[in-house]
Design a protein around this ligand. Structure first.
Ligand SMILES: [Zn+2]
Length: 411
């Protein structure tokens, strides 16, 4: 098996071109809501992937709506899903997943990309995950030069709304994942190279609390205060924290009221739940719904619930565990120590697992402080991680190691 690593030679001097490409990509703002920016970036990325001989198909985003501050559901603007494929008739298929969007909107102060003397690249999306898409691109380029490429098919999925939960892209992703055998997602690894193992699942909930408006001086008693009603709702839900291990409920955003002399008739509350098992999520979901149905929020106060469990738990077991073991072996062959740790974060790896696809979801660059203006990636990890991904692909394609079992997702 040691011989497979000889096919990694084309990566030896790839650092400058990978740095340049990531710098170019990260210099284009692609905040999830900045569709024009995402399209501009997608144009470059599509050129790079099709240059490898991949077929390209652009899928429009699914319709996604969100509540605005007036409690009205509005369409959310969103970029599309790009699907690239090689050898569509191959029996064994690998899915490589990345996202084009970042958490930084077009008017965010963090826009500049900067290479620093300590060997890091700072910039929006450098680690999460334009650097990762670059690793994916070079891994495919290198893999395609090997004699094993003909053995397997490759699908690449690049979506544009991962940072807001992949609502517009998960159906396309799940569709492709169902027909595949193993997956790699190129989210960043920790600075020391540690991968994310098991992942918590999550759910998002929005509540519209409606009361009745009135002048606070002249007719206070005719009013029904939606903020006070929301406060009762929040207190009840927050009271669930601590009742069950590994299960958390976070009230994240509240909007309501217009002036201090007006009884507010509307409040919007937004929250997130996390759990380490699907039973944890189901428990939290059930209790939230019970509170909405049976809670006492005051006379004439109505609570409307939107949302639910969104990203299922990703367990470190079965085929996913087998695939991690394969990546660890690949690391051993090229002197990289690969470890993993459970995380409370979620990503598209959760959705792929829910579709039965064993996957390792932190195959991207090493980096830190993602989602902040301190985000950086370690430049030497470009080649290092491309070697790891390529070798893992070679091991699967060569038949030297068994493919992981698909996950049992029948409930
Ligand atoms: Zn990401």
């Amino acid at each position: 098996m040691a011989k497979l690593s000889s096919f990694l030679a084309p990566l030896d001097d790839a650092t400058p071109s990978m740095t340049e490409r990531t710098t170019l990509w990260a210099g284009i703002n692609s905040g999830t809501s900045h569709v024009a920016g995402i399209e501009k970036l997608a144009k470059l990325v599509v050129d790079d992937f099709t240059a490898l001989g991949m077929d390209h198909q652009a899928h429009p985003p699914a319709k996604v709506q969100n509540l605005n501050e007036e409690g009205v559901l509005l369409d959310v603007p969103c970029g599309g899903v790009h699907h690239f494929s090689l050898r569509p008739n191959a029996k064994k298929r690998l899915v490589l997943v990345g996202h084009l969007d970042t958490v930084f909107p077009a008017d965010h102060p963090f826009q500049k990309v900067e290479k620093r003397s300590d060997g890091t690249l700072h910039g929006p999306g450098c680690a999460d995950m334009k650097g990762g898409i670059c690793v994916m691109l070079e891994a495919i380029r290198t893999f395609e030069q090997s004699p094993f490429a003909a053995q397997i098919g490759i699908d690449v999925i690049l979506n544009s709304d991962e940072e807001t939960g992949s609502y517009a892209s998960s159906a396309t992703m799940v569709d492709i994942a169902k027909r595949a055998d193993a997956g790699f997602v190129f989210e960043p690894a920790l600075p020391d190279g540690t991968l994310a193992g098991a992942r918590a699942g999550s759910g998002h909930y929005n509540f519209v609390v409606r009361g009745r408006s009135a002048h606070a001086g002249r007719s206070f008693h005719d009013g029904r205060n939606a903020i006070v009603g929301a406060a009762k709702l929040i207190t009840a839900i927050n009271g669930l924290n601590g009742q069950r291990d590994n299960t958390t409920l976070n009230i994240g955003i509240i909007n309501g009221g217009t002036a201090t002399n007006v009884v507010p008739d509307l409040t919007i509350v937004r929250m997130n739940i996390r759990g380490l098992s699907s039973d944890d999520l189901i428990w939290a979901d059930k209790h939230i719904r019970d509170i909405v149905t049976n809670g006492n929020f005051g006379p004439d106060i109505e609570v409307e619930l939107h949302g639910g469990i969104h990203r299922p738990v990703k367990e470190m077991a079965g085929g996913t565990e087998q695939l991690f073991e394969l990546v660890r072996q690949a690391g051993d062959l090229i002197d990289q120590k690969i470890a993993w740790a459970a995380t409370g974060g979620c990503c598209d790896g959760n959705n792929l697992a829910a579709a039965g696809l064993p996957n390792v979801d932190t195959m991207g660059v090493r980096g830190a402080y993602i989602h902040s203006a301190e985000e950086y990636m370690v430049i030497e990890s470009f080649v290092e991680r491309a070697r790891l991904a390529t070798l893992s692909m070679l091991m699967l394609a060569s038949g030297d190691v068994p493919w992981p079992d698909r996950l049992d997702v029948s409930e």
